[in-house]
Design a protein around this ligand. Structure first.
Ligand code: FES
Length: 138
């Protein structure tokens, strides 16, 4: 499994998201209060772009007229038909056992470590000098 640098932490403010392409896949990177999560940008219902969905909290109800709000900013609502997915797991709120969007492992790492690992280095090529030059100092 290859690792890819997709953004700096400053690229995605809390509550925002960024759509990236990695090995041909569209992936949404979401910043939830300083924690980052990655999910496929394709709703399993009919394929809408989840990155265009509204980020919301979890609303649950045990009886009519009563509701509890929790986990602000941890769910994304599909822009087409409103299915909601947990950004931490990719699981659907309504049917978490059978319906989910793919969630990807994501880490925030120090730039110095990525340079050591060559993930942030430019590609280099060997260079040679084949001719000689005469140089005079005056
Ligand atoms: S396409 Fe996402 S809920 Fe229908």
């Amino acid at each position: 499994m290859a690792r890819h640098v997709v953004a700096t932490v400053d690229d995605i403010a809390p509550g925002q998201r960024k759509l990236v392409q990695v090995e041909g896949r569209d992936i949404g990177i979401f910043n939830v209060g300083g924690e980052f999560f990655a999910i496929a940008n394709r709703c399993p219902h009919e394929g809408a772009s989840l990155c265009k969905g509204r980020v919301v909290g979890l609303v649950e109800s045990s009886e009519p007229g009563s509701y509890q709000f929790s986990r602000p900013g941890e769910m994304v609502r599909c822009p087409w038909h409103g299915w909601e997915f947990d950004l931490r797991t990719g699981k659907s709120f309504c049917d978490p056992r059978r319906t989910k969007v793919r969630a990807f492992d994501l880490k925030v790492e120090e730039g110095a470590a990525l340079v050591e690992e060559t993930l942030l280095r430019a590609e280099t090529f060997p260079v040679s000098i084949e001719r000689q030059y005469v140089v005079i100092e005056v």
